[in-house]
Design a protein around this ligand. Structure first.
Ligand SMILES: [Mg+2]
Length: 291
């Protein structure tokens, strides 16, 4: 039997798979704020303390939750993630012909036909426990996102991981080298020749939507993989930012964040799967000539 070709799709979460920021739907109202006041305070505190805005927003979440007696155990965050809405086609849906599976199952099946084993990953500055609470959490091989340490009562106390735009790139190397344990530092920094890496960069797609994705877009694109900037569908001016990133050479493709069967995004990802399969086929034919 032929060996499956490894292939990874890494997604940003907010604005990529789901509209808006994950904290905004239920958490921010629960701590008695609106999204503008919350993010303004994050901005001001980051400036005041010369701090990383991810650490500041995580601190603010805990500080305001404490003041409003909102519980912040792992399961509370998961509960806040439970009803997050997704862009069309991420979850199973019905079109005029038939019931369609969700994006991840459809792409996995497509890969299987081409002998390509697709794994999906999240790389997000949002809260891991909220993503874990969503309907799609089981679709990912790993969820890399900002997260908390919990005390003996199970209450969030301190950041365990904080992912900002550049630290997000670390997780692309973890996928590339197959070192998925975030606390592991030896193997991730050990020299491994490109050909021996778990998922070569050319077999990685990174899908994101915003400025915090730029280092990931560049890293994947520069190393021979593919980056896709998505934008909110049916929204005037939403495309402008993605177009700019495309014109500046930061991404290979732009597409509306519409994950239904037959959309532009669907065709891009499936074509890249086909390409990887053909490349592998050509490589093995060339090798046979030298036998
Ligand atoms: Mg985003």
């Amino acid at each position: 039997m032929k060996k499956h070709i490894p292939f990874a799709i890494a997604y940003d979460f907010d604005g990529t798979l789901a509209p808006g920021n994950m904290q905004e739907r239920d958490f921010i109202p629960a701590i008695g704020m609106n999204k503008k006041r919350f993010w303004d305070e994050v901005k001001n505190d980051s400036k005041k303390h010369e701090a990383d805005n991810i650490l500041i927003y995580m601190h603010l979440m805990l500080k305001k939750a404490e003041a409003q007696s909102v519980q912040v155990r792992k399961k509370d965050f998961e509960e806040f993630g439970k009803d997050l809405p997704f862009f069309e086609g991420v979850l199973p849906y019905e079109d005029k012909f038939k019931k369609q599976k969700g994006w991840f199952d459809r792409i996995n099946e497509y890969g299987k036909h081409s002998n390509v084993a697709v794994d999906h990953f999240i790389i997000s500055s949002g809260i891991r426990e909220m993503v874990t609470g969503t309907k799609i959490s089981k679709k990912f091989k790993a969820i890399f996102a900002s997260s908390f340490c919990y005390d003996h009562h199970g209450v969030a106390k301190w950041p365990a991981l904080a992912l900002n735009y550049t630290s997000k790139t670390q997780f692309l190397f973890r996928i590339n080298k197959g070192c998925l344990n975030v606390y592991e530092h030896k193997d991730i920094n050990r020299y491994v020749p490109d050909k021996d890496r778990a998922v070569p960069f050319k077999n990685i797609i990174y899908i994101g939507d915003g400025e915090t994705d730029i280092p990931c877009f560049r890293l994947v694109k520069d190393r021979g993989g593919n980056s896709v900037a998505v934008y909110k569908p049916h929204t005037p001016k939403a495309k402008t930012k993605s177009e700019e990133m495309f014109n500046d050479g930061r991404v290979n493709f732009i597409a509306p964040a519409d994950f239904r069967d037959g959309t532009l995004l669907d065709r891009i990802v499936k074509s890249l799967i086909d390409k990887i399969q053909h490349d592998a086929e050509i490589y093995s034919l060339a090798k046979q000539l030298h036998r």
